[in-house]
Design a protein around this ligand. Structure first.
Ligand SMILES: *Cc1c(COP(=O)(O)O)cnc(C)c1O
Ligand code: SF4
Length: 470
Protein backbone atom coordinates (compact mmCIF):
# COMPACT_ATOMS: atom_id res chain seq x y z
CA UNK A 1 0.00 0.00 0.00
CA UNK A 2 1.16 3.46 -0.91
CA UNK A 3 2.15 5.48 2.17
CA UNK A 4 -0.13 8.28 1.18
CA UNK A 5 -3.22 6.14 0.95
CA UNK A 6 -4.93 5.82 4.26
CA UNK A 7 -8.48 4.65 3.64
CA UNK A 8 -10.75 6.66 5.88
CA UNK A 9 -13.41 4.03 6.31
CA UNK A 10 -13.14 0.67 7.95
CA UNK A 11 -12.65 -2.12 5.48
CA UNK A 12 -15.88 -3.92 4.55
CA UNK A 13 -14.72 -6.77 6.75
CA UNK A 14 -14.49 -4.50 9.79
CA UNK A 15 -17.91 -3.12 9.08
CA UNK A 16 -19.40 -6.61 8.96
CA UNK A 17 -17.63 -7.53 12.20
CA UNK A 18 -19.20 -4.58 13.93
CA UNK A 19 -22.58 -5.83 12.97
CA UNK A 20 -22.06 -9.23 14.43
CA UNK A 21 -21.48 -10.84 11.06
CA UNK A 22 -24.83 -9.66 9.73
CA UNK A 23 -24.35 -8.88 6.07
CA UNK A 24 -26.07 -5.78 4.81
CA UNK A 25 -28.01 -7.12 1.81
CA UNK A 26 -26.11 -4.88 -0.58
CA UNK A 27 -22.84 -6.77 -0.72
CA UNK A 28 -23.83 -9.62 -3.02
CA UNK A 29 -21.91 -8.28 -5.97
CA UNK A 30 -18.13 -7.94 -5.90
CA UNK A 31 -17.16 -4.51 -4.60
CA UNK A 32 -15.51 -3.57 -7.90
CA UNK A 33 -18.61 -4.34 -10.02
CA UNK A 34 -20.72 -1.27 -10.20
CA UNK A 35 -24.18 -1.33 -8.72
CA UNK A 36 -26.20 1.75 -7.88
CA UNK A 37 -27.75 1.91 -4.43
CA UNK A 38 -30.83 4.06 -4.12
CA UNK A 39 -33.56 5.13 -1.75
CA UNK A 40 -34.81 1.56 -1.32
CA UNK A 41 -31.47 0.52 0.16
CA UNK A 42 -31.20 3.39 2.65
CA UNK A 43 -31.96 1.12 5.56
CA UNK A 44 -29.31 -1.44 4.59
CA UNK A 45 -26.75 1.30 3.98
CA UNK A 46 -27.44 2.89 7.33
CA UNK A 47 -26.11 -0.28 8.95
CA UNK A 48 -22.59 0.83 8.07
CA UNK A 49 -22.74 3.40 10.82
CA UNK A 50 -24.67 4.72 13.72
CA UNK A 51 -27.57 6.22 11.80
CA UNK A 52 -30.43 7.01 14.16
CA UNK A 53 -34.02 6.16 13.25
CA UNK A 54 -34.77 9.89 13.06
CA UNK A 55 -31.92 10.44 10.63
CA UNK A 56 -32.99 7.48 8.53
CA UNK A 57 -36.53 8.83 8.37
CA UNK A 58 -35.21 12.30 7.46
CA UNK A 59 -33.23 10.73 4.62
CA UNK A 60 -36.38 9.01 3.36
CA UNK A 61 -38.23 12.31 3.41
CA UNK A 62 -35.56 14.36 1.66
CA UNK A 63 -34.83 11.65 -0.92
CA UNK A 64 -38.49 11.69 -1.90
CA UNK A 65 -37.80 15.15 -3.32
CA UNK A 66 -34.11 15.28 -4.18
CA UNK A 67 -32.32 12.52 -6.07
CA UNK A 68 -30.29 10.03 -4.05
CA UNK A 69 -27.86 7.43 -5.34
CA UNK A 70 -24.64 5.93 -4.08
CA UNK A 71 -22.58 2.75 -4.40
CA UNK A 72 -20.37 0.50 -2.30
CA UNK A 73 -17.10 2.15 -3.25
CA UNK A 74 -18.34 5.42 -1.80
CA UNK A 75 -19.80 4.04 1.38
CA UNK A 76 -16.98 1.59 2.08
CA UNK A 77 -14.00 3.77 1.20
CA UNK A 78 -14.79 7.46 1.32
CA UNK A 79 -16.94 7.89 4.39
CA UNK A 80 -15.68 7.74 7.94
CA UNK A 81 -18.77 6.26 9.57
CA UNK A 82 -17.44 7.11 13.02
CA UNK A 83 -17.80 10.76 12.12
CA UNK A 84 -21.31 10.88 10.71
CA UNK A 85 -23.28 13.06 10.36
CA UNK A 86 -20.31 15.47 10.20
CA UNK A 87 -18.26 13.49 7.74
CA UNK A 88 -17.96 15.60 4.57
CA UNK A 89 -18.49 12.80 2.04
CA UNK A 90 -21.50 11.60 4.01
CA UNK A 91 -23.05 15.03 3.55
CA UNK A 92 -22.07 15.13 -0.11
CA UNK A 93 -24.03 11.96 -0.79
CA UNK A 94 -26.64 11.41 1.91
CA UNK A 95 -29.72 13.61 2.15
CA UNK A 96 -29.95 15.65 5.34
CA UNK A 97 -32.99 17.17 6.96
CA UNK A 98 -31.84 20.76 6.48
CA UNK A 99 -31.75 20.30 2.70
CA UNK A 100 -35.49 20.95 2.59
CA UNK A 101 -37.30 23.97 3.99
CA UNK A 102 -39.13 23.11 7.22
CA UNK A 103 -42.59 23.37 5.68
CA UNK A 104 -41.66 21.16 2.78
CA UNK A 105 -40.02 18.65 5.08
CA UNK A 106 -43.12 18.47 7.25
CA UNK A 107 -45.45 18.09 4.29
CA UNK A 108 -43.55 15.07 2.93
CA UNK A 109 -42.94 13.62 6.41
CA UNK A 110 -46.64 13.78 7.09
CA UNK A 111 -47.49 11.98 3.83
CA UNK A 112 -44.95 9.25 4.54
CA UNK A 113 -46.19 8.76 8.10
CA UNK A 114 -49.76 8.47 6.84
CA UNK A 115 -48.54 5.95 4.27
CA UNK A 116 -50.45 7.59 1.44
CA UNK A 117 -50.09 6.12 -2.07
CA UNK A 118 -46.72 6.82 -3.71
CA UNK A 119 -48.32 8.96 -6.44
CA UNK A 120 -49.50 11.39 -3.80
CA UNK A 121 -45.98 11.72 -2.39
CA UNK A 122 -44.65 12.13 -5.92
CA UNK A 123 -47.08 14.95 -6.65
CA UNK A 124 -46.13 16.85 -3.53
CA UNK A 125 -42.45 16.30 -4.34
CA UNK A 126 -42.87 17.66 -7.85
CA UNK A 127 -44.43 20.84 -6.50
CA UNK A 128 -41.51 21.39 -4.17
CA UNK A 129 -38.95 20.71 -6.89
CA UNK A 130 -40.51 23.20 -9.22
CA UNK A 131 -39.82 25.89 -6.66
CA UNK A 132 -36.13 24.94 -6.44
CA UNK A 133 -35.00 26.62 -9.67
CA UNK A 134 -34.07 23.51 -11.61
CA UNK A 135 -32.27 25.40 -14.37
CA UNK A 136 -30.26 28.30 -12.98
CA UNK A 137 -28.55 30.92 -15.17
CA UNK A 138 -30.80 30.35 -18.18
CA UNK A 139 -29.30 26.91 -18.75
CA UNK A 140 -32.30 25.46 -20.45
CA UNK A 141 -33.33 28.28 -22.78
CA UNK A 142 -30.64 30.90 -23.03
CA UNK A 143 -27.68 28.90 -24.27
CA UNK A 144 -29.39 26.48 -26.61
CA UNK A 145 -28.55 27.27 -30.23
CA UNK A 146 -31.54 27.59 -32.50
CA UNK A 147 -31.52 26.87 -36.21
CA UNK A 148 -34.75 27.84 -37.98
CA UNK A 149 -36.29 28.20 -34.58
CA UNK A 150 -35.45 24.61 -33.59
CA UNK A 151 -33.40 24.19 -30.46
CA UNK A 152 -30.59 21.67 -30.60
CA UNK A 153 -31.36 20.03 -27.33
CA UNK A 154 -28.34 18.79 -25.47
CA UNK A 155 -25.93 21.36 -26.82
CA UNK A 156 -25.11 24.72 -25.27
CA UNK A 157 -23.02 27.36 -26.89
CA UNK A 158 -22.63 30.24 -24.47
CA UNK A 159 -19.00 31.25 -24.97
CA UNK A 160 -17.65 31.69 -28.48
CA UNK A 161 -14.85 29.16 -28.29
CA UNK A 162 -16.50 26.46 -26.17
CA UNK A 163 -19.41 24.15 -26.91
CA UNK A 164 -20.99 22.12 -24.14
CA UNK A 165 -22.51 18.80 -25.07
CA UNK A 166 -24.79 16.65 -22.89
CA UNK A 167 -24.90 13.09 -24.28
CA UNK A 168 -28.18 11.48 -23.23
CA UNK A 169 -26.46 8.28 -22.14
CA UNK A 170 -24.34 10.35 -19.74
CA UNK A 171 -27.14 12.00 -17.81
CA UNK A 172 -26.71 10.09 -14.62
CA UNK A 173 -23.77 9.61 -12.25
CA UNK A 174 -22.13 6.81 -10.26
CA UNK A 175 -23.51 8.53 -7.17
CA UNK A 176 -25.35 11.83 -6.74
CA UNK A 177 -24.23 14.91 -4.89
CA UNK A 178 -26.79 16.45 -2.60
CA UNK A 179 -25.81 19.94 -3.77
CA UNK A 180 -25.90 19.18 -7.49
CA UNK A 181 -27.13 21.95 -9.78
CA UNK A 182 -27.83 19.31 -12.43
CA UNK A 183 -30.25 17.51 -10.16
CA UNK A 184 -33.16 18.14 -12.50
CA UNK A 185 -31.49 15.76 -14.97
CA UNK A 186 -31.89 12.85 -12.59
CA UNK A 187 -35.50 12.88 -11.57
CA UNK A 188 -37.02 11.59 -14.74
CA UNK A 189 -39.13 14.62 -15.64
CA UNK A 190 -38.63 14.92 -19.35
CA UNK A 191 -39.34 18.62 -19.60
CA UNK A 192 -36.53 19.40 -17.17
CA UNK A 193 -33.91 17.44 -19.10
CA UNK A 194 -31.35 18.68 -21.55
CA UNK A 195 -29.52 16.05 -23.53
CA UNK A 196 -28.90 14.62 -26.98
CA UNK A 197 -28.14 11.28 -28.60
CA UNK A 198 -27.33 13.06 -31.80
CA UNK A 199 -23.62 12.43 -32.38
CA UNK A 200 -24.04 13.25 -36.07
CA UNK A 201 -25.71 16.54 -35.17
CA UNK A 202 -22.87 17.37 -32.80
CA UNK A 203 -20.22 16.69 -35.42
CA UNK A 204 -22.13 18.68 -38.04
CA UNK A 205 -22.62 21.61 -35.65
CA UNK A 206 -18.92 21.73 -34.84
CA UNK A 207 -17.77 21.24 -38.43
CA UNK A 208 -19.72 24.37 -39.37
CA UNK A 209 -18.12 26.50 -36.62
CA UNK A 210 -14.41 27.10 -37.08
CA UNK A 211 -14.40 29.46 -34.04
CA UNK A 212 -15.01 26.59 -31.68
CA UNK A 213 -11.73 25.31 -30.24
CA UNK A 214 -13.13 23.54 -27.20
CA UNK A 215 -15.68 20.82 -26.75
CA UNK A 216 -16.82 20.09 -23.24
CA UNK A 217 -18.68 16.83 -22.74
CA UNK A 218 -20.71 17.02 -19.61
CA UNK A 219 -23.67 15.44 -17.83
CA UNK A 220 -24.62 14.05 -15.38
CA UNK A 221 -21.35 12.23 -15.72
CA UNK A 222 -20.22 11.20 -19.21
CA UNK A 223 -17.98 8.55 -17.65
CA UNK A 224 -21.12 6.60 -16.78
CA UNK A 225 -21.33 5.77 -20.50
CA UNK A 226 -19.95 2.54 -21.81
CA UNK A 227 -16.79 3.10 -23.81
CA UNK A 228 -18.54 1.95 -26.97
CA UNK A 229 -21.07 4.77 -26.58
CA UNK A 230 -18.33 7.28 -25.85
CA UNK A 231 -16.64 6.10 -29.06
CA UNK A 232 -19.71 7.16 -31.02
CA UNK A 233 -19.27 10.74 -29.88
CA UNK A 234 -15.49 11.02 -29.80
CA UNK A 235 -13.85 8.61 -32.28
CA UNK A 236 -14.60 10.98 -35.19
CA UNK A 237 -12.27 13.57 -33.69
CA UNK A 238 -9.33 11.24 -34.17
CA UNK A 239 -9.49 11.19 -37.95
CA UNK A 240 -12.08 13.61 -39.39
CA UNK A 241 -10.31 16.69 -40.85
CA UNK A 242 -13.60 18.63 -40.68
CA UNK A 243 -13.23 18.55 -36.89
CA UNK A 244 -9.54 19.42 -36.74
CA UNK A 245 -10.25 22.90 -35.33
CA UNK A 246 -11.70 21.36 -32.17
CA UNK A 247 -8.37 21.18 -30.40
CA UNK A 248 -9.33 20.68 -26.81
CA UNK A 249 -11.79 18.12 -25.55
CA UNK A 250 -12.79 18.17 -21.93
CA UNK A 251 -14.80 15.56 -20.16
CA UNK A 252 -16.42 16.69 -16.92
CA UNK A 253 -16.64 13.88 -14.40
CA UNK A 254 -16.86 12.96 -10.77
CA UNK A 255 -16.01 9.33 -11.48
CA UNK A 256 -12.57 9.66 -9.86
CA UNK A 257 -14.45 10.26 -6.64
CA UNK A 258 -17.49 8.05 -7.10
CA UNK A 259 -16.20 5.18 -9.22
CA UNK A 260 -12.45 5.18 -10.00
CA UNK A 261 -12.87 1.53 -11.06
CA UNK A 262 -14.14 3.08 -14.31
CA UNK A 263 -10.49 3.53 -15.30
CA UNK A 264 -9.09 0.43 -13.65
CA UNK A 265 -11.43 -2.56 -13.26
CA UNK A 266 -14.49 -1.95 -15.43
CA UNK A 267 -14.70 -4.38 -18.36
CA UNK A 268 -14.15 -1.59 -20.86
CA UNK A 269 -11.65 0.46 -18.83
CA UNK A 270 -8.77 -0.42 -21.15
CA UNK A 271 -10.82 0.52 -24.21
CA UNK A 272 -11.62 3.87 -22.62
CA UNK A 273 -7.96 4.56 -21.98
CA UNK A 274 -7.16 3.58 -25.56
CA UNK A 275 -9.73 6.09 -26.82
CA UNK A 276 -8.17 8.83 -24.70
CA UNK A 277 -4.75 7.79 -25.93
CA UNK A 278 -5.86 7.92 -29.58
CA UNK A 279 -7.40 11.36 -29.07
CA UNK A 280 -4.17 12.62 -27.53
CA UNK A 281 -2.16 11.12 -30.41
CA UNK A 282 -4.40 12.95 -32.86
CA UNK A 283 -2.76 16.10 -31.50
CA UNK A 284 -5.40 17.20 -29.08
CA UNK A 285 -5.45 18.34 -25.52
CA UNK A 286 -7.69 15.95 -23.66
CA UNK A 287 -8.69 17.18 -20.24
CA UNK A 288 -10.51 15.20 -17.62
CA UNK A 289 -12.28 17.88 -15.60
CA UNK A 290 -12.42 16.11 -12.27
CA UNK A 291 -14.80 17.19 -9.59
CA UNK A 292 -13.32 16.84 -6.10
CA UNK A 293 -14.86 18.57 -3.10
CA UNK A 294 -12.58 17.31 -0.39
CA UNK A 295 -9.19 15.62 -0.03
CA UNK A 296 -10.99 12.73 1.60
CA UNK A 297 -12.13 11.69 -1.91
CA UNK A 298 -8.55 11.25 -3.14
CA UNK A 299 -6.96 8.76 -0.79
CA UNK A 300 -7.70 5.23 -1.96
CA UNK A 301 -5.27 3.07 -3.91
CA UNK A 302 -7.75 2.67 -6.72
CA UNK A 303 -8.17 6.41 -7.29
CA UNK A 304 -4.39 6.77 -7.38
CA UNK A 305 -4.21 3.96 -9.92
CA UNK A 306 -6.99 5.59 -11.98
CA UNK A 307 -5.15 8.92 -11.98
CA UNK A 308 -1.92 7.21 -13.00
CA UNK A 309 -3.62 5.36 -15.86
CA UNK A 310 -5.35 8.47 -17.19
CA UNK A 311 -2.13 10.44 -17.09
CA UNK A 312 -0.34 7.66 -18.94
CA UNK A 313 -2.59 8.32 -21.93
CA UNK A 314 -1.31 11.88 -22.09
CA UNK A 315 -4.65 13.28 -20.96
CA UNK A 316 -4.44 16.01 -18.35
CA UNK A 317 -6.58 16.01 -15.22
CA UNK A 318 -7.81 19.37 -13.99
CA UNK A 319 -9.95 19.82 -10.93
CA UNK A 320 -12.90 22.02 -10.14
CA UNK A 321 -15.46 22.14 -7.36
CA UNK A 322 -18.00 24.32 -5.65
CA UNK A 323 -17.43 25.81 -2.22
CA UNK A 324 -20.07 24.36 0.09
CA UNK A 325 -21.07 25.20 3.61
CA UNK A 326 -20.56 22.24 5.97
CA UNK A 327 -18.39 20.37 3.46
CA UNK A 328 -15.42 22.45 2.39
CA UNK A 329 -15.97 26.00 3.71
CA UNK A 330 -12.53 26.00 5.26
CA UNK A 331 -9.32 27.21 3.63
CA UNK A 332 -7.30 24.34 5.10
CA UNK A 333 -9.49 21.76 3.37
CA UNK A 334 -8.89 23.40 -0.01
CA UNK A 335 -5.20 23.93 0.60
CA UNK A 336 -4.72 20.28 1.50
CA UNK A 337 -6.83 19.19 -1.46
CA UNK A 338 -4.89 21.34 -3.94
CA UNK A 339 -1.54 20.25 -2.51
CA UNK A 340 -2.47 16.60 -2.91
CA UNK A 341 -3.78 17.25 -6.40
CA UNK A 342 -0.55 18.90 -7.45
CA UNK A 343 1.40 15.98 -6.04
CA UNK A 344 -0.77 13.51 -7.96
CA UNK A 345 -0.34 15.48 -11.17
CA UNK A 346 -3.77 17.11 -11.19
CA UNK A 347 -4.00 20.79 -12.09
CA UNK A 348 -6.34 22.87 -9.88
CA UNK A 349 -8.62 24.84 -12.21
CA UNK A 350 -11.75 26.44 -10.71
CA UNK A 351 -13.34 27.07 -7.31
CA UNK A 352 -17.03 27.76 -7.89
CA UNK A 353 -19.59 29.59 -5.82
CA UNK A 354 -22.51 27.18 -5.28
CA UNK A 355 -25.31 27.86 -7.74
CA UNK A 356 -28.74 29.18 -6.93
CA UNK A 357 -30.63 25.92 -7.24
CA UNK A 358 -31.80 22.89 -5.29
CA UNK A 359 -31.15 22.82 -1.53
CA UNK A 360 -29.17 26.00 -1.82
CA UNK A 361 -29.90 27.44 1.61
CA UNK A 362 -28.15 24.43 3.16
CA UNK A 363 -24.91 24.90 1.25
CA UNK A 364 -24.62 28.55 0.41
CA UNK A 365 -21.71 30.63 1.60
CA UNK A 366 -21.73 34.46 1.44
CA UNK A 367 -19.46 35.81 -1.30
CA UNK A 368 -17.22 37.53 1.19
CA UNK A 369 -16.59 34.21 2.93
CA UNK A 370 -15.98 32.50 -0.40
CA UNK A 371 -13.28 35.04 -1.12
CA UNK A 372 -11.74 34.70 2.35
CA UNK A 373 -11.67 30.93 1.96
CA UNK A 374 -10.07 31.13 -1.46
CA UNK A 375 -7.49 33.59 -0.27
CA UNK A 376 -6.75 31.64 2.90
CA UNK A 377 -6.24 28.50 0.81
CA UNK A 378 -4.20 29.90 -2.05
CA UNK A 379 -1.78 31.50 0.39
CA UNK A 380 -0.92 28.04 1.67
CA UNK A 381 0.03 26.43 -1.64
CA UNK A 382 3.02 26.90 -3.89
CA UNK A 383 2.81 28.44 -7.32
CA UNK A 384 2.00 25.05 -8.84
CA UNK A 385 -1.35 25.11 -7.06
CA UNK A 386 -2.09 28.71 -7.93
CA UNK A 387 -3.40 27.76 -11.34
CA UNK A 388 -6.81 27.69 -9.71
CA UNK A 389 -9.18 30.62 -10.25
CA UNK A 390 -12.18 31.75 -8.29
CA UNK A 391 -14.28 31.95 -6.38
CA UNK A 392 -16.31 32.08 -9.57
CA UNK A 393 -20.05 32.45 -10.15
CA UNK A 394 -21.39 30.82 -13.33
CA UNK A 395 -24.10 33.42 -13.83
CA UNK A 396 -26.21 34.50 -16.79
CA UNK A 397 -23.65 36.98 -18.21
CA UNK A 398 -20.66 34.70 -17.64
CA UNK A 399 -18.22 33.46 -15.05
CA UNK A 400 -17.63 36.22 -12.55
CA UNK A 401 -14.72 36.03 -10.13
CA UNK A 402 -14.89 37.61 -6.72
CA UNK A 403 -11.44 39.14 -6.90
CA UNK A 404 -11.66 40.67 -3.46
CA UNK A 405 -13.06 43.20 -1.03
CA UNK A 406 -11.45 46.60 -0.89
CA UNK A 407 -12.12 50.14 0.20
CA UNK A 408 -11.95 52.47 -2.77
CA UNK A 409 -12.47 56.22 -2.41
CA UNK A 410 -14.12 55.74 0.98
CA UNK A 411 -16.57 53.05 -0.20
CA UNK A 412 -16.28 49.36 0.70
CA UNK A 413 -16.71 47.37 -2.49
CA UNK A 414 -16.46 43.95 -4.06
CA UNK A 415 -13.91 43.89 -6.84
CA UNK A 416 -15.20 41.53 -9.54
CA UNK A 417 -14.13 40.46 -13.00
CA UNK A 418 -15.27 38.20 -15.79
CA UNK A 419 -13.24 35.04 -16.24
CA UNK A 420 -15.55 34.08 -19.07
CA UNK A 421 -18.25 36.19 -20.73
CA UNK A 422 -21.07 35.99 -23.23
CA UNK A 423 -19.27 38.87 -24.89
CA UNK A 424 -15.55 38.15 -25.18
CA UNK A 425 -14.72 41.81 -24.58
CA UNK A 426 -16.14 41.65 -21.05
CA UNK A 427 -13.43 39.22 -19.98
CA UNK A 428 -10.70 40.55 -17.74
CA UNK A 429 -12.39 43.89 -17.05
CA UNK A 430 -12.63 44.62 -13.32
CA UNK A 431 -15.89 46.08 -12.02
CA UNK A 432 -17.24 47.03 -8.64
CA UNK A 433 -20.26 46.24 -6.52
CA UNK A 434 -21.36 47.66 -3.19
CA UNK A 435 -20.08 45.48 -0.38
CA UNK A 436 -22.82 43.31 1.09
CA UNK A 437 -21.77 40.84 3.79
CA UNK A 438 -24.78 38.63 3.12
CA UNK A 439 -24.84 38.50 -0.67
CA UNK A 440 -24.42 35.00 -2.04
CA UNK A 441 -24.87 35.59 -5.78
CA UNK A 442 -24.31 38.16 -8.49
CA UNK A 443 -28.00 39.09 -8.79
CA UNK A 444 -27.98 40.31 -5.18
CA UNK A 445 -25.23 42.82 -5.85
CA UNK A 446 -25.64 46.47 -6.73
CA UNK A 447 -23.20 48.64 -8.61
CA UNK A 448 -20.85 50.70 -6.45
CA UNK A 449 -20.03 54.41 -6.68
CA UNK A 450 -23.61 55.49 -7.37
CA UNK A 451 -23.77 53.85 -10.80
CA UNK A 452 -27.19 52.69 -12.02
CA UNK A 453 -26.09 49.48 -13.64
CA UNK A 454 -23.11 47.24 -14.23
CA UNK A 455 -21.22 47.88 -17.45
CA UNK A 456 -22.45 44.70 -19.14
CA UNK A 457 -26.15 44.94 -18.35
CA UNK A 458 -27.42 46.79 -21.43
CA UNK A 459 -25.57 44.49 -23.77
CA UNK A 460 -26.74 41.44 -21.87
CA UNK A 461 -30.37 42.57 -22.07
CA UNK A 462 -30.00 43.00 -25.80
CA UNK A 463 -28.45 39.57 -26.21
CA UNK A 464 -30.94 37.70 -24.10
CA UNK A 465 -33.94 39.35 -25.76
CA UNK A 466 -32.51 38.37 -29.15
CA UNK A 467 -32.43 34.80 -27.93
CA UNK A 468 -36.12 35.07 -27.21
CA UNK A 469 -36.01 35.75 -23.51
CA UNK A 470 -36.87 39.15 -22.11
C1 LIG B 1 -17.46 27.19 -17.59
C2 LIG B 1 -18.16 27.06 -18.83
C3 LIG B 1 -17.46 26.84 -20.01
C4 LIG B 1 -15.96 26.72 -20.04
O1 LIG B 1 -15.35 27.94 -19.72
P1 LIG B 1 -13.77 28.02 -19.54
O2 LIG B 1 -13.51 29.39 -19.00
O3 LIG B 1 -13.18 27.79 -20.88
O4 LIG B 1 -13.40 26.95 -18.57
C5 LIG B 1 -18.18 26.74 -21.18
N1 LIG B 1 -19.54 26.84 -21.20
C6 LIG B 1 -20.25 27.10 -20.08
C7 LIG B 1 -21.73 27.25 -20.16
C8 LIG B 1 -19.58 27.21 -18.86
O5 LIG B 1 -20.27 27.43 -17.75
S1 SF4 C 1 -21.36 14.11 -10.05
FE1 SF4 C 1 -21.75 16.15 -10.88
S2 SF4 C 1 -23.60 15.93 -12.11
FE2 SF4 C 1 -23.45 14.11 -10.79
S3 SF4 C 1 -24.62 14.61 -8.97
FE3 SF4 C 1 -22.53 15.24 -8.54
S4 SF4 C 1 -22.41 17.38 -9.14
FE4 SF4 C 1 -24.22 16.51 -10.07
Amino acid sequence: MNVFSTPVADSPGDVLQKHGGHRPNITERPADKYKALTRNQLEAISEYGNVTDDDLFAMRVVSAVLPFRTNRYVIENLIDWNRIPDDPVYKIVFPQRGMLEDDDFRRIADLLLREVPVQEVAQAATKIRNRLNPHPAGQQDLNVPRTDGDAFEGLQHKYRETVLFFPSQGQTCHAYCTFCFRWAQFIGEEELKISSKDAVGLHRYLAARPDVSDLLITGGDPMIMKTRVMEGYLRRFVDDPALAHVQNIRIGTKSLTFWPHRFVNDDDADDLLRLLDDLVRSGRHIAIMAHFNHWQEMRTDVVHEAIRRIRNTGAVIRSQAPLLARINDNPDVWAQMWREQVRLGIIPYYMFVERDTGPRQYFEVPLVRCWETFRGAIQQVSGLGRTVRGPSMSATPGKVEVTGVQEVAGEKVFVLRFLQGRVPDWVGRPFFAKFDPEATWLDQLEPAFGQNSFFFEDELRLLTSKEGLA
